[in-house]
Design a protein around this ligand. Structure first.
Ligand code: HGY
Ligand code: MN
Ligand code: MN
Length: 400
């Protein structure tokens, strides 16, 4: 399974993945998912929001145990973020069939669409639509860098955008959702453990800073006559680092767009996207406010106009305690397995569903902690331990 998926959407130049929502690479990933489901005799469906589901048993019976993750990537992302959870879900089912496990509850495997928001800027579109956190109208207004709207992109990929909307009936049938994911950090590497259980996800968001200045000649315009938007943008980037350090948080300007983007032209417009996350809402608010304040003061001093818009926001997630403790109880039976509980700054579909369905997460050790990079990696024996742990969890939940 892993080897079949590995080449899909991979850039030969960077070795990273470019599996953006509703592109050809995304379609190829979806084909892979459908083929895996059908090869196992599972009932396959795509829901109104483009998420893919594979069922063992009839979901209408309710109280289903569902596992899965996403297959899309950030620009030049790694092979594990998302796909490890989906491949492990199918592999765990194979292991349970090998054990002869009898399920008393329906078992579902899901691929949530557009988790990274790499193309349209909003994280977790598939799960947000399904949970009602994003309305169809809001989704229809999402556009990519080429001005293509989400509905246009979906239609081009063969999915009807007029069906988008909340799916409470589907969520009502889910008794527990468990997402396995490669750890995006080094906690397990530092503790020497293979598997971890998630406790919480930090509140986090994405803010677009639009610095509007005045285009001019780089060679003839006196410094005093300039309204250069690149300068307050640079101040915002440095302020993000300062404010994050002060708040014990993280803040990143990882994406920037410059118009007209000429070497010998003072820009007219610089757009910068801030990603910030903190252990609590107060810390996050302090970072974003501090960055905006520094940017506004510097912009005003240079006659540059600044607009700030929040494009994506996810409040703090405190995973269901009963399910978290049930996972710890089930995995605690494994003699040679210690399973620490740890928080994360990374967003996930499990976090979006957390308000609507009991959700939990399993993390698989990432020896370097590197993620959102072609260098992202997890050792095969740790991944196998993840499949085994997921199988134990699904068996423990689906038999109760
Ligand atoms: O950005 C995140 O935390 C996740 O990878 N979408
Ligand atoms: Mn990611
Ligand atoms: Mn992910």
């Amino acid at each position: 399974m892993w080897a079949e998926l590995l080449p899909v959407g991979r850039s030969s130049a960077s070795g990273g993945y470019r599996r953006y929502a509703w592109t050809g690479a995304d379609t190829d990933c979806r084909t892979w998912f459908r083929e895996q489901a059908q090869a196992r005799g599972l009932a396959y469906e795509t829901d109104r929001n483009g998420n893919q589901w594979a069922w063992l048993g009839d979901p209408a019976a309710g109280n289903a145990v569902v596992t899965g993750s996403h297959l899309d990537s950030v620009p030049d992302g790694g092979a594990f973020d998302g796909p490890l959870g989906v491949v492990s879900a199918f592999a765990a089912l194979d292991e349970l069939r090998g054990r002869g496990t009898r399920f008393t509850r329906p078992l579902g495997i899901v691929n949530f669409g557009d988790e990274e928001g790499a193309r349209f800027g909003l994280a977790c579109v598939g799960s947000r639509l399904t949970s009602g956190a994003l309305t169809a109208g809001q989704a229809h207004r999402l556009t990519d860098a080429d001005g293509i709207t989400l509905p246009q992109a979906m239609e081009a990929a063969g999915h009807d955008p007029d069906t988008l909307g909340p799916d409470p009936e589907r969520l009502a049938r889910i008794g527990a959702f468990v997402e396995l994911h490669v750890e995006q950090g080094r906690a397990l590497d530092l503790s020497g453990d293979r598997i971890g259980i998630a406790s919480a996800i930090w509140p986090h968001g994405r803010w677009r800073f639009d610095f509007r200045g005045e285009a001019n000649h780089a060679g003839t315009t006196r410094l005093t006559d300039r309204h250069d938007p690149m300068l307050p943008y640079a101040e915002a980037v440095l302020a993000a680092r300062r404010e994050a350090e002060l708040a014990g948080a993280v803040a990143t300007f990882g994406k920037v767009a410059v118009e007209p983007n000429g070497v010998n032209a003072v820009p007219s417009l610089v757009r910068g996207w801030l990603d910030s996350r903190a252990a609590d809402q107060e810390g996050l608010d302090a970072v974003v406010a501090g960055v905006e304040k520094a940017a506004r003061e510097y912009a005003a001093a240079h006659g540059v106009d600044l607009g700030v818009e929040c494009e994506s926001f996810t409040p703090v997630v405190d995973f269901d305690h009963a399910l978290r403790d049930e996972l710890a109880r089930i995995l605690g039976k494994e003699a040679d397995l210690r399973v620490p509980v740890l928080g994360t700054g990374a967003g996930h579909d499990a976090g979006i569903l957390s308000g609507r369905v009991p959700t939990a997460m399993l993390f698989v050790r990432n020896p370097t902690g590197v993620s959102h990079s072609p260098a992202e990696h997890a050792a095969e024996d740790d991944c196998a331990a993840g499949v085994h742990a997921l199988a134990d969890v699904l068996e423990g939940l689906a038999r109760t």
